[in-house]
Design a protein around this ligand. Sequence first.
Ligand SMILES: [Zn+2]
Length: 406
Amino acid sequence: MRNILCNIINPISAESYEYLPQHIISIDNGIITRICPFVDGDILDYEDYRDAVALPGFIDLHVHLSQYRIRGMYEPALIPWLNKYVFPEEAHSIDVDYATDLAKRFFNALSRVGTTTSIIYTSPYETACDTAFEIAQSMGIRAMIGMTMMDMNSPIDLEQTTADSLKTSIKLYEKWHGKSPLLDYIFAPRFAPTCSMPLMQEISAFALKHNAWIQTHLSENPDELQWVKELFGMESYTEVYEKAGLVTPHTIFGHSIHLSDRELGILKANEAKIAHCPDSNFFLKSGEYPLQRIQNKAIAFGLGSDVGAGTTLNMLHHAKMMNYRQSEFSVLPASALYHITLGSAKLLGMDERIGSLQAGKEADIVFLKPPEDYPLNEQSLSQMLFFGDEYTVQETIVAGNKVYSL
Ligand SMILES: [Zn+2]
């Protein structure tokens, strides 16, 4: 049982948030049991975090564990960048010791920046993915993790046969689905250029039958689009996934930049979700996310770091980029916060459990301290979103367990 005296910034919707000064958050057995204004003398046994602000832990909807170490390695387009940096680095994870060390560092780094839920791709090796689960479990991390699947057009050391890729993914799903309250498996075909139609169709059949989650990349870069059209002979990228049966309410499409109205219609009709990765999109000069069109269509989306093409795991940075990577459209602080917390929890069907600070929800919380001389008040959210890297993470907790403290 903990009682923590702090200030609170809480998302309410994409349009609004609340600031609650000097409140007590009570946590028992991993659950927030009470949030109430602090009255001196009422509660004697409390921890004093009055100089910090509590927010719901951040949610990263799209991140590659296997690319953590190649952040910032520059190549100005997606396909050359994959070939030059990503594929050689992912191949290192065939070594279990390497994959183990990488996973430990990665999960520590996520906790250090206040991320409490992440949707992860690992290297295309069973052991690398299994190791990531083992370490996440031992560290109390909340995540969905999937082994990247590739059965064509890939370097020989990363490519699996269609049957092996599927068999291994299903084995990992069966091992980890429902085994831990904080972890789940997510099928992770990398993207259409490296996945055959039969592979994608088999994933779809299994996932639909079991209500399993799927993640992949969609329409990131103009060269990639062209390649997909040539490979599959179809009108659009989204229709390739539609034909494969991968456009489902449990699919998270990374990027989704260059989409026609017809493609947006397919995503909407199938209640598919999008992980918007603005930092990555400008690192690789992939293009500008059609934020207004996607909001007008009311397609559910949240933010992803897309490390390694994203340069940092810090979701406050990506919330800033959500604004900065729109040339004309303003993103207000409430909206940016929503898309790294409650909005993403809702998209994942987890908003009853996480995404905001509320009695009855699980205690996923990040405590942040502002830089010296900056008071905490109603304006703190705006400041935090524009120079969040100057805010210090004091503590991160997942389901009531401390996963990081200063
Ligand atoms: Zn990605």
